[in-house]
Design a protein around this ligand. Structure first.
Ligand code: ATP
Ligand code: MG
Length: 207
């Protein structure tokens, strides 16, 4: 019998993708014995500032460049190609359709993002369809995740563990900081894969 796939989903703006993202995805692949990790860059918000460049295509391509050397990493355009704002629940439902209802989906986030995602109103519906892996991230307190777990599982009938905390080697890297560094003409080597820093230079991003 074919075994059900275990799929990691790494959502983010990836503006730009950096080694913090890659370490979290790689560690989840290893610790949770996932078959693959799919990176899903978010779509551009519809109400972008008039002067701001539409950057979704750049974010998508940098994600492809950064993940291309890992045979278990893939990139999906589902949120980029969807019109308007993407909701996590719609993305999860679409992935379930693609990989089969019995596939096991693991949403990989940092310790900051899980609190945001699970504060939304569809939380109970989301938690029925997938598990969460929250990677430790410098500057973010994981004790709040424990509180969140207790709050969520008080309500759910089937008390299955759906949120896992994953220790990853701490990388105090953020896309916000990388964008600031580029603007301030500081180096970003070793914070992002070489192909990504070359891409940023070539296209004059974040200046
Ligand atoms: P920004 O500063 O623009 O918010 P970011 O570095 O937080 O960018 P995102 O695209 O917002 O990157 O993050 C995508 C996912 O990766 C989120 O779940 C986030 O928590 C996680 N993540 C980002 N950086 C790290 C890191 N250094 N360590 C662990 N997880 C991370
Ligand atoms: Mg972020």
């Amino acid at each position: 019998m074919k075994k059900d796939l275990k799929i990691g989903i790494m959502g983010g703006t990836f503006n730009p993708i950096h080694h913090g993202h890659l370490v979290a995805a790689g560690e989840a692949l290893h610790q949770f014995h996932l078959d693959k990790v799919i990176f899903i860059p978010s779509g551009d918000p519809p109400h972008k500032d008039f002067h701001e460049e539409k950057i979704a295509e750049h974010r998508y391509l940098m994600t492809v460049i950064a993940t291309s050397s890992n045979k278990n990493f893939f990139v999906s355009r589902i949120e980029i190609d969807r019109k308007g704002k993407s909701y996590t629940i719609d993305t999860i439902k679409e992935l379930k359709k693609i990989y089969g209802q019995s596939s096991n989906l693991y949403f990989i986030t940092g310790a900051d993002a899980i609190l945001e995602i699970l504060s939304w109103k569809k939380t109970q519906e989301i938690i029925q369809l997938c598990s969460f892996i929250a990677a430790t991230r410098p500057g973010y307190d994981i004790s709040r995740i424990q509180e969140l777990k207790e709050r969520l599982f008080k309500k759910t009938k089937n008390n299955i563990e759906k949120i896992f905390v994953m220790e990853v080697p701490a990388l105090a890297i953020s896309s916000t900081d990388i964008r600031k560094r580029v603007k301030g003409k500081k180096p970003i080597d070793y914070l992002v894969p070489e192909g990504v820093s070359n891409y940023i230079l070539k296209h004059g991003l974040y200046k």
